[in-house]
Write a protein that binds this ligand. Structure first.
Ligand SMILES: [Zn+2]
Length: 393
Protein backbone atom coordinates (compact mmCIF):
# COMPACT_ATOMS: atom_id res chain seq x y z
CA UNK A 1 0.00 0.00 0.00
CA UNK A 2 1.48 3.30 -1.07
CA UNK A 3 -0.71 5.43 1.17
CA UNK A 4 0.67 7.11 4.26
CA UNK A 5 0.69 4.50 6.99
CA UNK A 6 -1.09 6.46 9.68
CA UNK A 7 -4.09 6.50 7.32
CA UNK A 8 -4.15 2.74 6.79
CA UNK A 9 -7.69 1.62 7.45
CA UNK A 10 -8.03 -0.76 10.28
CA UNK A 11 -8.07 -4.34 9.05
CA UNK A 12 -10.29 -5.03 12.01
CA UNK A 13 -13.02 -2.81 10.53
CA UNK A 14 -12.75 -4.39 7.09
CA UNK A 15 -12.73 -7.92 8.48
CA UNK A 16 -15.68 -7.29 10.74
CA UNK A 17 -17.69 -5.84 7.81
CA UNK A 18 -16.73 -8.84 5.67
CA UNK A 19 -18.47 -11.08 8.21
CA UNK A 20 -21.72 -9.10 8.11
CA UNK A 21 -23.16 -9.94 4.67
CA UNK A 22 -26.13 -11.98 5.96
CA UNK A 23 -26.81 -9.54 8.80
CA UNK A 24 -26.81 -6.61 6.36
CA UNK A 25 -29.26 -8.34 4.03
CA UNK A 26 -31.53 -9.16 6.99
CA UNK A 27 -31.52 -5.50 8.08
CA UNK A 28 -32.21 -4.42 4.51
CA UNK A 29 -35.23 -6.73 4.31
CA UNK A 30 -36.50 -5.35 7.60
CA UNK A 31 -36.26 -1.71 6.47
CA UNK A 32 -37.71 -2.36 3.00
CA UNK A 33 -40.71 -4.05 4.63
CA UNK A 34 -41.71 -0.80 6.33
CA UNK A 35 -43.64 1.59 4.07
CA UNK A 36 -42.03 5.01 4.31
CA UNK A 37 -43.45 7.27 1.61
CA UNK A 38 -42.26 10.84 2.21
CA UNK A 39 -45.63 12.11 3.57
CA UNK A 40 -46.01 9.03 5.80
CA UNK A 41 -44.65 10.25 9.14
CA UNK A 42 -45.67 7.10 11.00
CA UNK A 43 -43.84 4.88 8.50
CA UNK A 44 -40.71 7.03 8.49
CA UNK A 45 -40.76 7.08 12.29
CA UNK A 46 -40.99 3.29 12.37
CA UNK A 47 -37.87 3.10 10.19
CA UNK A 48 -36.24 5.53 12.64
CA UNK A 49 -37.28 3.32 15.59
CA UNK A 50 -35.52 0.38 13.99
CA UNK A 51 -32.29 2.25 13.23
CA UNK A 52 -32.29 3.88 16.66
CA UNK A 53 -32.70 0.48 18.32
CA UNK A 54 -29.89 -1.10 16.29
CA UNK A 55 -27.42 1.67 17.04
CA UNK A 56 -28.41 2.22 20.68
CA UNK A 57 -27.98 -1.49 21.34
CA UNK A 58 -24.32 -1.05 20.38
CA UNK A 59 -23.92 1.87 22.76
CA UNK A 60 -23.87 4.44 19.94
CA UNK A 61 -25.26 7.85 20.87
CA UNK A 62 -28.43 8.63 18.89
CA UNK A 63 -30.16 11.99 19.09
CA UNK A 64 -33.76 11.98 17.92
CA UNK A 65 -35.11 15.33 16.73
CA UNK A 66 -38.90 15.03 17.02
CA UNK A 67 -40.68 16.69 14.10
CA UNK A 68 -44.35 17.62 14.27
CA UNK A 69 -45.25 16.74 10.68
CA UNK A 70 -42.30 15.25 8.84
CA UNK A 71 -40.61 12.07 10.01
CA UNK A 72 -38.31 12.51 13.02
CA UNK A 73 -34.66 13.15 12.28
CA UNK A 74 -32.00 10.84 13.69
CA UNK A 75 -28.45 11.88 14.34
CA UNK A 76 -25.92 9.27 15.44
CA UNK A 77 -22.56 10.36 16.86
CA UNK A 78 -19.29 8.57 17.40
CA UNK A 79 -16.75 10.63 19.35
CA UNK A 80 -13.24 11.23 18.00
CA UNK A 81 -9.95 12.82 18.91
CA UNK A 82 -9.61 15.97 16.83
CA UNK A 83 -12.18 18.45 15.54
CA UNK A 84 -13.83 18.23 12.14
CA UNK A 85 -16.21 15.31 11.99
CA UNK A 86 -17.10 13.20 9.01
CA UNK A 87 -20.80 13.22 8.13
CA UNK A 88 -22.60 10.19 6.73
CA UNK A 89 -25.97 10.96 5.20
CA UNK A 90 -29.05 9.08 4.12
CA UNK A 91 -32.79 9.48 3.67
CA UNK A 92 -35.37 7.04 5.00
CA UNK A 93 -38.28 8.13 2.81
CA UNK A 94 -39.24 6.56 -0.50
CA UNK A 95 -41.45 7.56 -3.43
CA UNK A 96 -43.76 4.58 -2.90
CA UNK A 97 -47.24 5.07 -1.42
CA UNK A 98 -48.17 3.48 1.88
CA UNK A 99 -49.52 0.00 1.16
CA UNK A 100 -46.83 -0.89 -1.38
CA UNK A 101 -45.14 -3.33 1.01
CA UNK A 102 -48.39 -5.33 1.30
CA UNK A 103 -48.39 -5.95 -2.46
CA UNK A 104 -44.66 -6.31 -3.07
CA UNK A 105 -42.50 -6.47 0.01
CA UNK A 106 -38.83 -7.41 0.09
CA UNK A 107 -37.89 -10.38 -2.10
CA UNK A 108 -34.63 -11.89 -3.22
CA UNK A 109 -33.43 -13.81 -6.20
CA UNK A 110 -29.81 -14.87 -6.25
CA UNK A 111 -27.78 -11.67 -5.80
CA UNK A 112 -30.69 -9.29 -6.38
CA UNK A 113 -32.93 -7.78 -3.72
CA UNK A 114 -36.26 -6.23 -4.75
CA UNK A 115 -38.76 -4.04 -2.94
CA UNK A 116 -39.76 -0.39 -2.48
CA UNK A 117 -36.70 1.71 -1.69
CA UNK A 118 -34.36 -1.30 -1.66
CA UNK A 119 -31.68 0.74 -3.46
CA UNK A 120 -32.99 4.30 -2.96
CA UNK A 121 -31.96 4.19 -0.31
CA UNK A 122 -32.56 1.60 2.36
CA UNK A 123 -29.46 -0.21 1.15
CA UNK A 124 -27.48 2.94 1.90
CA UNK A 125 -29.03 3.26 5.35
CA UNK A 126 -27.91 -0.29 6.13
CA UNK A 127 -24.40 0.55 4.92
CA UNK A 128 -24.30 3.63 7.16
CA UNK A 129 -25.51 1.64 10.18
CA UNK A 130 -22.91 -1.08 9.71
CA UNK A 131 -20.10 1.39 9.09
CA UNK A 132 -21.04 3.11 12.36
CA UNK A 133 -21.12 -0.24 14.16
CA UNK A 134 -17.72 -1.20 12.72
CA UNK A 135 -16.09 2.11 13.65
CA UNK A 136 -17.67 2.04 17.08
CA UNK A 137 -15.64 -1.07 17.88
CA UNK A 138 -12.33 0.75 17.46
CA UNK A 139 -10.73 1.97 20.69
CA UNK A 140 -10.48 5.51 19.35
CA UNK A 141 -11.41 7.40 16.19
CA UNK A 142 -9.16 10.14 14.79
CA UNK A 143 -12.14 12.52 14.54
CA UNK A 144 -15.86 12.18 15.25
CA UNK A 145 -18.15 10.42 12.80
CA UNK A 146 -21.74 11.62 12.65
CA UNK A 147 -24.61 10.16 10.65
CA UNK A 148 -27.84 11.87 9.74
CA UNK A 149 -30.99 9.94 8.81
CA UNK A 150 -33.60 12.26 7.30
CA UNK A 151 -37.11 11.58 6.02
CA UNK A 152 -38.03 13.90 3.15
CA UNK A 153 -35.35 13.87 0.46
CA UNK A 154 -37.71 12.61 -2.21
CA UNK A 155 -39.80 15.78 -1.89
CA UNK A 156 -36.82 18.16 -1.80
CA UNK A 157 -35.91 17.98 1.91
CA UNK A 158 -38.13 20.89 3.03
CA UNK A 159 -37.76 19.73 6.64
CA UNK A 160 -34.42 17.92 6.47
CA UNK A 161 -32.43 20.66 4.80
CA UNK A 162 -31.86 22.77 7.92
CA UNK A 163 -30.69 19.69 9.85
CA UNK A 164 -28.34 18.70 7.05
CA UNK A 165 -26.85 22.19 6.94
CA UNK A 166 -26.49 22.23 10.72
CA UNK A 167 -24.91 18.76 10.77
CA UNK A 168 -22.49 19.72 7.98
CA UNK A 169 -21.11 22.73 9.88
CA UNK A 170 -17.44 22.16 10.62
CA UNK A 171 -17.43 18.76 8.89
CA UNK A 172 -14.29 17.67 7.05
CA UNK A 173 -16.39 15.64 4.60
CA UNK A 174 -19.92 14.56 3.79
CA UNK A 175 -20.51 11.09 2.40
CA UNK A 176 -23.95 10.26 1.03
CA UNK A 177 -24.99 6.66 0.47
CA UNK A 178 -27.51 7.19 -2.30
CA UNK A 179 -27.41 4.11 -4.56
CA UNK A 180 -24.26 3.39 -6.53
CA UNK A 181 -24.71 3.58 -10.29
CA UNK A 182 -25.46 0.39 -12.19
CA UNK A 183 -21.90 0.58 -13.54
CA UNK A 184 -20.66 0.39 -9.97
CA UNK A 185 -19.56 4.01 -10.11
CA UNK A 186 -20.13 6.65 -7.48
CA UNK A 187 -21.49 10.15 -8.05
CA UNK A 188 -18.96 12.96 -8.17
CA UNK A 189 -21.24 15.64 -9.61
CA UNK A 190 -24.96 16.27 -9.66
CA UNK A 191 -27.08 18.93 -11.22
CA UNK A 192 -29.01 21.24 -8.99
CA UNK A 193 -32.67 21.67 -9.68
CA UNK A 194 -35.49 23.97 -8.71
CA UNK A 195 -39.21 23.55 -9.20
CA UNK A 196 -41.50 26.55 -9.64
CA UNK A 197 -45.21 27.25 -9.82
CA UNK A 198 -46.15 29.93 -12.32
CA UNK A 199 -49.57 31.54 -12.03
CA UNK A 200 -51.18 33.97 -14.43
CA UNK A 201 -54.30 35.98 -13.69
CA UNK A 202 -56.34 37.63 -16.45
CA UNK A 203 -59.85 38.88 -17.00
CA UNK A 204 -62.79 36.58 -17.76
CA UNK A 205 -65.21 37.57 -20.54
CA UNK A 206 -67.74 35.83 -22.78
CA UNK A 207 -65.76 34.93 -25.86
CA UNK A 208 -68.72 35.54 -28.16
CA UNK A 209 -70.42 38.53 -26.57
CA UNK A 210 -67.53 40.58 -25.11
CA UNK A 211 -64.26 39.10 -26.29
CA UNK A 212 -62.48 42.46 -26.25
CA UNK A 213 -63.22 42.91 -22.53
CA UNK A 214 -61.27 39.76 -21.65
CA UNK A 215 -57.56 39.24 -21.00
CA UNK A 216 -56.47 35.67 -21.58
CA UNK A 217 -54.30 34.19 -18.87
CA UNK A 218 -53.75 31.18 -21.14
CA UNK A 219 -52.30 33.29 -23.93
CA UNK A 220 -49.96 35.08 -21.53
CA UNK A 221 -48.83 31.77 -20.05
CA UNK A 222 -48.30 30.27 -23.52
CA UNK A 223 -46.10 33.19 -24.56
CA UNK A 224 -44.06 32.86 -21.39
CA UNK A 225 -43.63 29.10 -21.81
CA UNK A 226 -41.97 29.66 -25.18
CA UNK A 227 -39.52 32.10 -23.56
CA UNK A 228 -38.91 29.82 -20.57
CA UNK A 229 -38.13 26.84 -22.78
CA UNK A 230 -35.72 28.96 -24.79
CA UNK A 231 -33.51 29.14 -21.68
CA UNK A 232 -32.54 25.48 -22.18
CA UNK A 233 -28.85 25.25 -23.07
CA UNK A 234 -27.71 21.65 -23.49
CA UNK A 235 -23.98 22.37 -23.89
CA UNK A 236 -24.05 24.32 -20.60
CA UNK A 237 -26.16 21.65 -18.87
CA UNK A 238 -29.11 23.94 -18.26
CA UNK A 239 -32.64 22.70 -18.89
CA UNK A 240 -36.07 24.20 -18.35
CA UNK A 241 -39.24 22.16 -18.65
CA UNK A 242 -42.85 23.16 -18.15
CA UNK A 243 -44.19 19.75 -17.24
CA UNK A 244 -47.82 20.57 -16.49
CA UNK A 245 -50.24 23.35 -17.40
CA UNK A 246 -53.77 24.06 -16.21
CA UNK A 247 -56.10 26.94 -16.83
CA UNK A 248 -59.36 28.31 -18.13
CA UNK A 249 -62.93 27.65 -17.10
CA UNK A 250 -64.80 26.96 -20.36
CA UNK A 251 -64.25 26.91 -24.11
CA UNK A 252 -66.29 30.06 -24.60
CA UNK A 253 -64.81 32.06 -21.72
CA UNK A 254 -61.61 34.10 -22.03
CA UNK A 255 -59.38 32.37 -19.46
CA UNK A 256 -59.09 34.30 -16.18
CA UNK A 257 -56.44 31.95 -14.76
CA UNK A 258 -53.68 29.63 -15.89
CA UNK A 259 -50.79 27.94 -14.13
CA UNK A 260 -47.75 25.85 -14.97
CA UNK A 261 -45.19 23.76 -13.12
CA UNK A 262 -41.63 24.45 -14.21
CA UNK A 263 -38.61 22.20 -13.60
CA UNK A 264 -35.13 23.68 -13.99
CA UNK A 265 -31.70 21.99 -13.82
CA UNK A 266 -28.22 23.49 -13.72
CA UNK A 267 -24.63 22.47 -13.08
CA UNK A 268 -23.24 25.34 -11.02
CA UNK A 269 -24.44 27.80 -8.42
CA UNK A 270 -23.50 30.64 -10.76
CA UNK A 271 -25.79 29.23 -13.46
CA UNK A 272 -28.55 28.96 -10.89
CA UNK A 273 -28.31 32.65 -10.02
CA UNK A 274 -28.31 33.69 -13.67
CA UNK A 275 -31.21 31.36 -14.43
CA UNK A 276 -33.27 32.78 -11.56
CA UNK A 277 -32.70 36.31 -12.85
CA UNK A 278 -33.79 35.27 -16.34
CA UNK A 279 -36.92 33.62 -14.94
CA UNK A 280 -37.89 36.70 -13.00
CA UNK A 281 -37.34 38.87 -16.05
CA UNK A 282 -39.52 36.67 -18.22
CA UNK A 283 -42.29 36.49 -15.64
CA UNK A 284 -42.29 40.30 -15.26
CA UNK A 285 -42.36 41.02 -19.00
CA UNK A 286 -45.75 42.38 -20.10
CA UNK A 287 -47.54 40.09 -22.55
CA UNK A 288 -51.20 41.07 -22.72
CA UNK A 289 -52.77 44.10 -21.02
CA UNK A 290 -54.90 42.96 -18.08
CA UNK A 291 -52.85 39.89 -17.25
CA UNK A 292 -50.25 39.48 -14.52
CA UNK A 293 -47.92 36.61 -13.76
CA UNK A 294 -46.19 35.41 -10.60
CA UNK A 295 -43.56 32.76 -9.97
CA UNK A 296 -43.04 30.84 -6.74
CA UNK A 297 -40.33 28.36 -5.89
CA UNK A 298 -41.82 25.06 -4.70
CA UNK A 299 -38.68 23.00 -4.12
CA UNK A 300 -34.97 23.32 -4.61
CA UNK A 301 -31.77 21.28 -4.69
CA UNK A 302 -28.30 22.74 -4.99
CA UNK A 303 -25.80 21.19 -7.39
CA UNK A 304 -22.90 18.99 -6.32
CA UNK A 305 -20.11 20.62 -8.29
CA UNK A 306 -17.32 18.30 -9.38
CA UNK A 307 -14.66 20.40 -7.65
CA UNK A 308 -16.28 19.62 -4.31
CA UNK A 309 -15.86 15.87 -4.70
CA UNK A 310 -12.49 15.39 -6.38
CA UNK A 311 -10.24 15.07 -3.31
CA UNK A 312 -12.65 12.72 -1.60
CA UNK A 313 -13.17 10.70 -4.73
CA UNK A 314 -9.49 9.96 -5.30
CA UNK A 315 -9.27 8.67 -1.75
CA UNK A 316 -12.37 6.54 -2.15
CA UNK A 317 -11.12 5.17 -5.45
CA UNK A 318 -7.81 4.25 -3.86
CA UNK A 319 -9.52 2.26 -1.11
CA UNK A 320 -11.95 0.61 -3.52
CA UNK A 321 -8.96 -0.60 -5.55
CA UNK A 322 -7.28 -1.93 -2.44
CA UNK A 323 -10.48 -3.88 -1.80
CA UNK A 324 -10.45 -5.21 -5.34
CA UNK A 325 -13.05 -3.17 -7.17
CA UNK A 326 -12.66 -0.45 -9.74
CA UNK A 327 -14.76 2.65 -9.53
CA UNK A 328 -15.08 5.89 -11.47
CA UNK A 329 -16.97 9.09 -10.76
CA UNK A 330 -20.14 9.90 -12.68
CA UNK A 331 -22.15 13.03 -13.34
CA UNK A 332 -25.91 12.81 -13.11
CA UNK A 333 -28.79 15.18 -13.79
CA UNK A 334 -30.61 13.83 -10.73
CA UNK A 335 -30.45 15.88 -7.54
CA UNK A 336 -29.79 14.84 -3.94
CA UNK A 337 -29.03 16.14 -0.46
CA UNK A 338 -25.33 16.14 -1.41
CA UNK A 339 -25.90 19.59 -2.93
CA UNK A 340 -26.65 21.16 0.47
CA UNK A 341 -23.37 20.09 2.04
CA UNK A 342 -21.32 20.85 -1.08
CA UNK A 343 -22.78 24.35 -1.28
CA UNK A 344 -21.51 24.99 2.25
CA UNK A 345 -17.97 24.22 1.10
CA UNK A 346 -17.84 20.73 2.65
CA UNK A 347 -16.13 18.17 0.38
CA UNK A 348 -18.93 15.82 -0.62
CA UNK A 349 -19.21 12.48 -2.38
CA UNK A 350 -22.47 10.76 -3.33
CA UNK A 351 -23.73 7.44 -4.69
CA UNK A 352 -21.72 5.49 -2.10
CA UNK A 353 -24.50 3.03 -1.30
CA UNK A 354 -24.79 -0.49 -2.70
CA UNK A 355 -25.25 -0.74 -6.45
CA UNK A 356 -28.84 -0.38 -7.56
CA UNK A 357 -30.93 0.51 -10.57
CA UNK A 358 -34.42 1.32 -11.85
CA UNK A 359 -35.01 3.57 -8.88
CA UNK A 360 -38.53 5.00 -8.47
CA UNK A 361 -40.02 2.05 -10.41
CA UNK A 362 -41.51 -1.25 -9.25
CA UNK A 363 -38.52 -3.06 -10.76
CA UNK A 364 -36.00 -1.25 -8.55
CA UNK A 365 -33.28 -3.59 -7.36
CA UNK A 366 -30.17 -3.72 -5.23
CA UNK A 367 -27.12 -5.91 -5.91
CA UNK A 368 -26.72 -7.58 -2.53
CA UNK A 369 -23.10 -8.64 -2.98
CA UNK A 370 -22.13 -4.96 -3.14
CA UNK A 371 -23.33 -4.21 0.42
CA UNK A 372 -20.11 -5.39 2.09
CA UNK A 373 -17.51 -3.96 -0.33
CA UNK A 374 -19.28 -0.58 -0.47
CA UNK A 375 -19.43 -0.49 3.33
CA UNK A 376 -15.73 -1.43 3.48
CA UNK A 377 -14.70 1.26 0.98
CA UNK A 378 -16.78 3.81 2.85
CA UNK A 379 -15.32 2.86 6.22
CA UNK A 380 -11.77 2.91 4.84
CA UNK A 381 -12.41 6.37 3.36
CA UNK A 382 -13.90 7.66 6.61
CA UNK A 383 -10.69 6.61 8.41
CA UNK A 384 -8.50 8.30 5.82
CA UNK A 385 -9.57 11.93 5.89
CA UNK A 386 -6.82 13.31 8.13
CA UNK A 387 -5.42 15.59 5.49
CA UNK A 388 -8.69 17.13 4.35
CA UNK A 389 -8.78 20.65 5.65
CA UNK A 390 -11.57 21.39 8.05
CA UNK A 391 -13.79 24.26 6.93
CA UNK A 392 -14.35 27.08 9.41
CA UNK A 393 -17.53 26.84 11.51
ZN1 LIG B 1 -32.49 8.75 -2.90
Amino acid sequence: MTHDTHATPSTFVLDWLASQQRAMVDCLAELVNIDSHSPDKAGNDTVADRIEAWLSAEGIEVIRHARPEAGDILEARLPGKSAGHTLLMGHRDTVFPTGTVATRGYSEQDDIGYGPGVADMKGGLVVNCFVLRALNQLPELPYPVHALFTADEEIGSPDGRAFIEQAAKGARAALNTEPGRVSGNVVTARKGGTAFLIEVRGQAAHSGVSHADGASAIETLARKIVKLHALTDYPAGITTNVGTITGGVARNTVAPYASAQLDTRFVTAEQRDQLYQALERIIAEPELPGTTATIKQTSEFYPLEAAMSSALFSRYQHHARQLGFDVEGEFTGGCSDAGWTASLGVPTLCGLGPVGALMHTDREYCRLSTLVPRAQALAATVLDLHTLCVPPE
